[in-house]
Design a protein around this ligand. Structure first.
Ligand SMILES: Nc1nc2c(ncn2[C@@H]2O[C@H](COP(=O)(O)O[C@H]3[C@@H](O)[C@H](n4cnc5c(=O)[nH]c(N)nc54)O[C@@H]3COP(=O)(O)O)[C@@H](O)[C@H]2O)c(=O)[nH]1
Length: 697
């Protein structure tokens, strides 16, 4: 609350005016007092000297008793500029003569014998004894003077003084205002600016500096302070701004991380982690409501082929379209998650019996029978579904996921594009794969792996031209484990890199030993898995192995599949060029089962095509297989590639291939894979005619 005294301006005005008024009042009182005193003194002095003069003159009248003459000649002639009355008392105090001129009435009681000057509020009384020539008191002169004249003059004087006082006060006020403007003006400006700074936090304001006095110094200091605050504020703003940006970035990163931790970036569906949470919730819900929950594990059939042949971009689009198609089929309360490459999980709840899930899974299978349109491609992509039910098939997330996974494998086994419900037996296969994975880790160190060599025979010469290296695993407990079982597990666990290099090392070691026993020029073909083919330092590793065992590069052939080539054509060409630069040979294994076209094949630096066993099996019996085998031979010839038929088991197949200019054959007709020592003996004693003849028997 601002009162009249709250501003310096009013304080200054009141102070200056107040001081001026007090000073003037004191001064005026003193002057008035002084003036009154001087009037009184003057009156008293005049009256006394008059009285003294009259006393001398009146002695004769009193002595002679001439009262009338005393009044007329003496008293009546007295001149005094104040109204007065005069009297002469005789020796006994009797009134001898008197005259009244505005001085009031004189009575006998006024008599006093001695000399006296008496001041009353309205009167001045003067008594002077009258003496004769012998200094004997013969009477008393009495002067009674009215003070009205004096009062009148005093009032006039005070009136003038009051006017003067008012003028001086006005002057003082005016001066105060002037001084205030001069002194307090800059202070008020300073106060006003500081108020604006406080109210609006505007530190760019500055007070005007108009003088070098204390106020000027104060204004300058105030400005310096504002400057410092402004700089600090700017610095703080900058720091806050950068903090805000960092905070926002952090928040975004946290949100992104949270999203990434729970959602699949491609489809926007819950990922594996969130899927596990949702299954946990579904279990709790089903247990609380005594209902069934279904976990459906879904995998796209042949997705890898689509990815490999049409590229990752098409593969990604197919996955997104799959997510959309599945979402259309599901209820709002169901969960659809993508838990891996082409693997999805559906969590569905509130069933009163497990078979109520069948309509849903049938619908999903049906919906995937329609082709997808992805860009300019029409892609056929069916699904295999594994279904398990809580609480029948497991009571934990882990158990249910394993059960659904096992059921999905079953659906794949029975021909894909279908669904399978979990059966207890399925767990066995899942457990088996798990066991293989953990046992395989120690297989090399425990010396459980070894190689066999399956001979390849050149049809023209009838000689063994080389051998395909096949890996074998003899497990102390499981016995002989097929590479068809453990190679996928090795690929899945990443062990394939170590195992693959071990195979190459062993194969080259064998070739270098063969040289010593006279097997010159026999090539070895080693199977490469897709992961190995993508391994950046594969060529360096092979070069080191060849050098270590002093094996000529052209002795080593690498077998790769078509799908490895079409997955990323440019990368495949780069890798093949590096392999060829090293001097190795390259063959395409299982040729005819993939998606290669003649135009594709022309791009790759290859040496041989191996016709897949499935086309050889019914050669000469099945028209399609025969046509494909012949087409491959013809294509290989036009591309100047060597053609090898694998899985040749009968002399009829042999004769057919020999008659159609196939270059080499490989199969049980000649020999299965042989241990190294057996292979050396087989090679040394090999006679094509004898072998064919023995098979004909
Ligand atoms: N990446 C690697 N893969 C390897 C390696 N060793 C083997 N494999 C692959 O495992 C799959 C199964 O191999 P396997 O059980 O060894 O079977 C091979 C032959 O035994 C079999 N074969 C050969 N001739 C015949 C025949 O006349 N009839 C018949 N039924 N089977 C026969 O074929 C398999 C060789 O196939 P392929 O490689 O396609 O030429 C198999 O895919 C192997 O590639 C390895 O070290 N690394």
């Amino acid at each position: 609350m601002r009162g009249p005294w709250s501003s310096i301006q009013s304080k200054l005005v009141f102070l200056i005016a107040g001081i001026s008024m007090v000073t003037v009042l004191v001064g005026f009182s003193l002057v008035t007092e002084r003036f009154a005193q001087s009037l009184r003194d003057s009156l008293e002095n005049d009256s006394l000297s008059l009285a003294q003069r009259l006393v001398v003159d009146s002695a004769a009248y009193l002595s002679l008793g001439m009262a009338g003459q005393a009044r007329d000649n003496l008293l009546d002639k007295v001149v005094l500029n104040s109204p007065h009355s005069l009297a002469l008392f005789d020796e006994q105090g009797g009134l001898f003569a008197e005259i009244e001129r505005g001085g009031g009435q004189i009575v006998v009681d006024d008599y006093r014998p001695e000399s006296a000057v008496i001041w009353e509020s309205d009167w001045l009384h003067i008594y002077q004894p009258v003496e004769d020539s012998l200094d004997q008191r013969i009477g008393t002169l009495y002067l009674k003077i009215s003070l009205s004249q004096l009062s009148h003059r005093m009032r006039a004087f005070v009136g003038v003084l009051l006017v003067l006082l008012l003028v001086m006060l006005a002057l003082a006020y005016f001066l105060a205002r002037l001084m205030q403007r001069y002194i307090s003006g800059p202070i008020l400006t300073l106060a006003d600016i500081s108020r604006q700074v406080r109210d609006h936090q505007n530190y760019s304001l500055r007070a005007p500096v108009k003088s070098s006095d204390e106020i000027g110094v104060l204004s300058q200091t105030f400005n310096d302070m504002l400057e410092t605050i402004e700089q600090q504020q700017a610095f703080r703003d900058k720091v806050e701004q950068s903090l805000r940006i960092k905070e926002e970035r952090l928040e975004r990163a946290v949100a992104e991380l949270q999203y990434m931790a729970n959602y699949d970036s491609l489809t926007g569906l819950p990922n594996r982690a969130l899927c596990m949470d949702r299954i946990e919730l579904a279990i709790r819900h089903a247990s609380r409501t005594r209902t069934y929950a279904g976990i459906i594990y879904l995998d796209l059939d042949h997705f890898k082929d689509v990815n490999d042949s049409l590229g990752h971009a098409v593969g990604d689009e197919l996955l997104k379209a799959t997510a959309e198609r599945l979402s259309d089929v599901l209820r709002e309360e169901d969960t659809l998650a993508r838990i891996g490459g082409d693997e999805f999980v559906i969590i569905t709840t509130d069933f009163s019996s497990s078979d109520q899930i069948i309509p849903l899974v049938s619908k999903v299978v049906e919906r995937f029978e329609q082709n997808f349109t992805v860009g300019r491609y029409s892609v056929q992509s069916t699904v295999s579904l594994g279904v398990c039910v809580y609480p029948d098939d497991g009571d934990s997330v882990d158990a249910l996921m394993k059960a659904a996974d096992a059921a999905m494998y079953k659906a794949k086994d029975v021909g894909r594009n279908t669904y399978a419900f979990f059966e207890a037996e399925m767990n066995r296969m899942a457990v088996w794969r798990q066991q293989l994975g953990s046992e395989l880790q120690h297989a090399i160190d425990r010396d459980e792996l070894y190689l066999v060599f399956q001979p390849k025979v050149a049809l023209e010469s009838g000689q063994i031209s080389g051998a395909e290296v096949l890996l074998r695993w003899e497990h102390p407990e499981f016995g002989s484990v097929s590479p068809a079982d453990f190679i996928p597990v090795a690929e899945h666990t990443g062990l394939i890199y170590r195992i693959g290099l071990w195979v190459l090392e062993q194969a080259c070691e064998a070739v270098s030993r063969w040289r010593d026993v006279g097997l010159e020029g026999v090539t070895v073909a080693v199977n490469l898995s897709a992961a190995q083919f993508r391994q950046a330092d594969l060529v360096e590793h092979i070069a080191a192995i060849l050098a270590r065992h002093n094996v000529p590069p052209q002795t080593l052939e690498l077998e790769i599949t078509e799908s490895m080539l079409v997955r990323d054509v440019d990368q495949a060409i780069r890798m093949l060029k590096r392999i060829k630069l090293l001097g190795l040979r390259v063959a395409i294994d299982d040729f005819g089962t993939g998606f290669s076209s003649l135009s594709y094949l022309r791009k790759f630096p290859l040496d041989a095509l191996k016709i897949d066993r499935s086309f050889i099996m019914d050669l000469g019996k099945n028209r399609d297989d025969t046509a494909i085998a012949l087409a491959i031979i013809s294509m290989a010839s036009s591309l100047r590639l060597k053609v090898v038929a694998e899985g040749v088991e009968t002399p009829a197949q042999w004769s057919f291939l020999a008659g159609h200019l196939c270059d080499e054959v490989q199969g049980f007709l000649i020999s299965p894979g042989l241990r190294e020592s057996e292979f050396i003996s087989f090679y040394k004693s090999f006679s094509l005619d004898e072998v064919i003849a023995s098979r004909n028997v």
